[in-house]
Design a protein. Sequence first.
Length: 511
Amino acid sequence: MARDPFRAAAARVRHRLRLRPRTGRRVRGSGALAVPSRPLGLVTVVLFGAWLGLLAVGSVRTTVGPMDTTMTLRPSLTGGTKINVSPLGALEMDSHHAPVRLDVDVDRLDPVRSEALVQHPERLSGLEEEVTGDVGAGTRELALRSCVAVVSGATALGLAVYRRPRRALAAGGLALALLAASGVSAYATWNPKSVLEPKFSGLLSSAPSVVGDARSIVTDFDVYQQELARLVTNVTKLYDATSTLPVYSPDPATLRVLHVSDIHLNPAAWHIIGSLVEQYDIDLIIDSGDTMDHGAAVENNFLDPISDLGAPYVWVRGNHDSATTQKYLRDAKRFKNVHVLDDGRAVNVGGLRVAGIGDPEFTPDRTGPEQAEDVERTAGLRLAAALREQQRAGTPVDIAVTHEPAAARETDGTVPLVLAGHVHHRQNEVMEHGTRLKVEGSTGGGGLRAVQNKKPEQVLASVLYLDRSTRRLQAWDEITLGGLGLTTAEVSRHLPEEKPAGATPSPFRFG
């Protein structure tokens, strides 16, 4: 029975290869066309056989700390590592680039070993070495088993297709060579820092808030071990996360900024923002505009929930926000936590100094894209001039805010970080003179107009972690929620690109 898959596969491969025979001769006594010996046919047999071999025996069951896991190699165009923790979700890491992906399925959590960690905290000190040793042993066994599986699968299918031992051995040798090349590629592109930038899905989307700040995982691994042990020994608590977000104990050395944009009158956005403020203990919310849709006075009451979000709220005008909208938000009696920025005005709030400028255009007044771009650039130059003036006065700005990315680009070299929105998708780049531009997507999922689209827009927001002393960006979490009618959630952690040792940082153009 074990050979049935290979027999069926051989029949399919022979059938396809016979569609374009090399000679058209019939095999004596069989009535069938001769199987071609073209290299492409051999490669097809090798890849198909190797895949079948991996499916049949290319996995290893192994223990990793308190968990029972199954490790498997899978063909892949992008590589990487995926850890499935059913039914809680998964996390993906960009660990390597090769035509094979490592899948790790957490089958069960051993209650005896987990309870031992809780009752004997001193064992946590050796947990790192234990897990490292378990993963290493499992990986070595998986590599050996995968070699056997790939070679055996390709050889068996080659023998079934070609019915010649020499051709079958050639198929097995080629399969081994391809696997070796994949291993070399994975080794050459191995990224040990990928563990700091995982992408979470499912209920595990809350994992960054439970575990803590990306940098603290490296600098305070003992604390991380305790948090991780508490997480795995209280798995049932994660099921409650479907209705309430877990309590987050943030690193006191960081300031946490929630960047939102382009809400476009979606009332669900206020609930999402409020939940993120509570989950991440946000110090400051920055809204880069287009909170409204038409900017009419009748829309103003939509803004009222801002006063109950539990954090200072910095806002700049977008092209869908009118002067009426801006005047309403400037009512200090109604909005004690709101700071409206325009014309380069700066405020000290939430431990940071933030300056911004409103969008010079209002959607109903637009005349043309060329003129619009010129107007935006002019606004950006005004903001840059204000930032230089702040520097000369001895009060440098930490974060600048505009609505249009075109305006934000004019601040390059005058501020470490500039935030924008408008385009409804994320952008992140370090510009020529050292300023990082971060553009947020639509926190309102495109607004209520999104129901007109065939595919709903995702709800996007980001949590920025800044060092409390230097006020420089350390890391950020990109939060992606399914749009209208969807319930998916992802949290993807990122670190700024680090310059090589000894490199001179890009100077900011002040003065």
